[in-house]
Write a protein that binds this ligand. Sequence first.
Ligand code: PMP
Length: 440
Amino acid sequence: SGEAILYRQAQRESAARTYARSLPVVPVRARGMTVEGADGRRYLDCLSGAGTLALGHNHPAVLEAIRRVLDSGAPLHVLDLATPVKDEFTTALFETLPPALADHGRIQFCGPAGTDAVEAAIKLARIATGRAGLLAFSGAYHGMTAAALAATGDTEARAVVESDSRVTRLPYPYDYRCPFGTGGERGAELSARLTASLLDDPKGGVQHPAAMLVEPVQGEGGVIPAPNDWLRRMREITAARGIPLIADEVQTGVGRTGTFWAVERSGIVPDVMVLSKAIGGSLPLAVIVYREELDAWHPGAHAGTFRGNQLAMAAGTATLRFVARHALHERAEAVGSRMLCRLRGLAAHHSCIGDVRGHGLMIGVELVDADAAPDDYGALPAAPRLAARVQQEALRRGLIIELGGRHASVVRLLPPLTITDEQAEAVLDRLADAIEAAGR
Ligand code: PMP
C-alpha cells in the first residue's frame, strides 16, 4: 500500500531527501497534469518534476518517440558517439536557439543533470578566459555539485564548499524584498551600478572574472523575474569587459516563461546557455550551447559516461518540436497572464499574499505575515509556516504545489504548458481554498 511504501522509504532513504518530506504522495500513474496516487486519489500536478515536464506526464508524442527508439534496435547507451537520434536532437534544439547562437554556436553534451551542465559552463568559461573568478547573484540556484553550489545564493547550502572564494555575489533585483535594502526600479539600478563599479575598481579584486552566471528568472530562489532592462545592462557590462555571460535556463527553458527561451524576453544573447530539465522530455539530459569562440577546451576536457542517453534525446526532440509546432510558449504566456491576473485579485483580498509574480507558467505567490510590521520598504516578513500549511491544505484538495524562496515562503506554480483553461481555473480554485483554510 501507499502507506507502507511511504514508511519504508522514510526508514531507508537519506535524511537529505526533499520533496518526499512535504509531499507524501505515492504516484503510480500519471497523464498530462494529473497524477494518481497509490491510494487512488488524483492530483493536479503543479510541480511537474520541478519544472521539467513541459508537456506534462507521459505525453503521447514523448511516449511515441521513446517507443520508436526502443523498437528500432538502436543502442541505448553510446557515450558521446554520433547517432541519428543525437543528430535529430541537435538539429531540433538549434532550430529553437537565438540565431546568433544557432548560427555560430557549439553544443557540449553534459550529463545527465542540470548541475553537470552548470559545472561545464563554469569550466568552459575558466578555460576560455584563463581566469577563475565567477560573478553570481543573491538568491541564485544552480545545483548541488561544488562549483554550482559555490554559485548558489543559499548560504547554508553553500557552507560545505565555502572555501571556493572565487565567487563574487551581486544583488539580484528582487522588487518585493530586495536583500540590499532597496526595492523596485532602484534595486535593479543599484545592482547594475554596483556590478559595474566593482568590476572597474582596481582594488575590488574582481576586475577579471571568468564569467557572470545568471538565471533570467530565479526559480528555486522564489520565482523572481529579472527586469529586462537589468538583463540588458548586465549584457552590456559583461560584453564591454570581455566577460562571458552564462544564462542558466535549466528551469526557464522550452517555453515555460512565455518565450521559447527566457532570454528572448529581454532580447539579450548570452555567450553560454545552460539547458536541462525540459529538453529531455522527462528523461535526464543536460547540455551547454555557446559561442564557438569559447570552444577553447581540448578533447576530453569535459567527459562523462552518460552523455548520450538516446531515449532522453528522442523524448527531448519530440518535446522541442511539439512546443515549437504548437507555439506552446505563447499558450504559456496567455494562460499564465490570466492566472497572474486572478492571483493578483486574490492578493487584494488576502493580506497574507505579499506578492504575485512570474512570467508565463512560472508563477510565484509570496506568503507573508500580515500581522507583522512592514520593513522600511513596505515588505512584510516571510511566512514559511503559513506556506507549509498552504502546501498541505492544497494537497488535501488534490493540488501538488512546491515551495521556494529564501525562506520557503513562496508557492511556486509550474504546471505543464499543455494545461487547459479548466485545469488552470481548478488550480486557482484549490489554491484559493487552501490559502483560506491555512489562514484560519
Ligand atoms: N539551475 C537551475 C536554474 C535549476 O533550477 C536547477 C534545478 N532546480 C539546476 C540548475 C540544477 O539542476 P539539477 O537538479 O538537474 O542538477
